[in-house]
Design a protein around this ligand. Structure first.
Ligand code: 3PG
Length: 395
């Protein structure tokens, strides 16, 4: 971005790929529940705007099926972006159609336009190079230069991430640069002890990263829905808790390979159903009743995890410990997050859900070393995969 600003951007149309895929309140679907991803891209947008660029912002939101779907409109994001920028944001009701073309052409110096959801177009996510390329041609035609500041999407081989940079002079935004720098440090030279905390619902989603991390970490603490498949592999009954039956043997193999470095919760908050009002009790991991499901790790687990976290010089955390969005099941995630804020080493919070947990639980963001905007992207980086969006910028 500094290179682009150095060349001078006044009057030039700059397409910025951002990751504005923000969560919305479940009970109030039009209301953004965490605007962290919008705030994370502000420095890039402000720098371009203040330098007189005509800024065309694009992003995906959710996973619509390649056609317009009002549930996934970026209109509320345009309004919030305008509030945060302190200047009105023009919104196009399509991505590359007549409205977008007209509004991009009419931009004046320092104005910001947000295009409608990229994924309303089948070409954005297509596996067919020609179909993706055709959509990338239309996007690229809206601007003279391209900035990728969508770290959360760099692991997607999508038109706006992978194909547009082949068509326009391309630059990395400050957010992408900073994220890659931090993850590189954690991956290549983590100061020991290196402790990783993983949560979230599915082991199958995290399998590749667990395999990649096991040889490197001193401790891998596993909570969230995914830990029940590990508990089952240890011979415990897990009641109605989340279970991936076809992954039990894999978890048993991982536990053997880890030789004690995988640490599992020792107690749970077990509820009768998935609801904030459900009757809930704290039980040892070996005594989850058959008619209950674990929705959070218990206080003894928090203490056990906090002890391991306390000694870390490098710490990476991805995935909540429980259903933190429901108050009775938030203490596990809160307790682990608070323990992470106290380490005297370097902590990285990787991911949409854990980053949102930090903010919605009201924790002090500055007490973490780095809060990543990318969930899948940071995990794929840690797995050692080539990220298509980063590769496209490096070309
Ligand atoms: C994310 O939420 O991790 C990014 O915005 C990417 O979204 P996706 O998994 O739908 O591609």
């Amino acid at each position: 971005l500094d290179d682009l600003l150095g060349e001078g951007v006044s009057g030039r149309r700059v397409l910025v790929r951002a990751d504005l895929n923000v969560p919305f309140e479940k009970s109030n679907p039009g209301t953004i529940s965490d605007d962290g991803r919008i705030r994370a891209v502000l420095p890039t947008l402000v720098a371009l705007r203040d330098a007189g660029a005509r800024v065309v912002v694009c992003s995906h939101l959710g996973r619509p099926k390649g056609a317009p779907d009002p549930k996934f409109t970026l209109a509320p994001v345009a309004a919030r972006l305008g509030e945060l920028l302190g200047s009105a944001v023009v919104f196009a009701s399509d991505t590359v159609g007549a409205d977008a073309q007209g509004k991009a052409a009419a931009l004046t110096d320092g104005q910001v336009l947000l295009l409608e959801n990229l994924r309303f177009n089948a070409g954005e996510t297509s596996k067919d190079d020609a179909e993706r390329g055709a959509f990338a041609d239309q996007l690229a035609a809206l601007a003279d230069a391209y900035v990728d500041d969508a770290f959360g999407a760099v692991h997607r081989k999508h038109a706006s991430v992978y194909d547009v940079p082949a068509r326009l002079p391309h630059y990395a935004g400050g957010l992408v640069l900073r994220e890659v720098e931090v993850l590189k440090k954690v991956t290549e030279s983590p100061e020991q002890p290196y402790v990783v905390v993983l949560g979230g619902s599915k082991v199958s989603d995290k399998l590749a990263v667990i395999k990649a991390l096991l040889p490197k970490v001193d401790k891998l603490l596993v909570g969230g829905g995914m830990c029940f498949t590990f508990l089952k592999a240890q011979g415990h009954e897990v009641g109605k808790s989340l279970l991936e039956a076809d992954m039990v043997q894999t978890c048993a193999d991982l536990l053997e390979q880890a030789q004690g470095r995988i640490v599992l919760p020792v107690d749970f908050v077990a509820a009768t159903e998935f609801s904030a009002d459900a009757d809930h009790v704290t039980v040892p991991a070996s005594q989850i009743p058959a008619d209950r499901l674990g929705l959070d790790i218990g206080p003894e687990s928090v203490a056990l995890f906090a002890e391991a976290i306390g000694g870390a010089k490098t710490l990476f955390w991805n995935g909540p410990m429980g259903v933190f969005e429901l108050a009775p099941f938030a203490p596990g995630t809160r307790g682990v997050a608070e323990a992470i804020t106290k380490i005297d080493g370097f902590s990285v919070v990787g991911g949409g859900d854990s980053a949102a947990a930090v903010r919605t639980l009201g924790l002090d963001e500055t007490a973490f070393g780095h809060i990543s905007t990318g969930g899948g992207a940071s995990l794929e980086y840690l797995e050692g995969k080539t990220l298509p969006g980063v590769a496209a910028l490096e070309k």
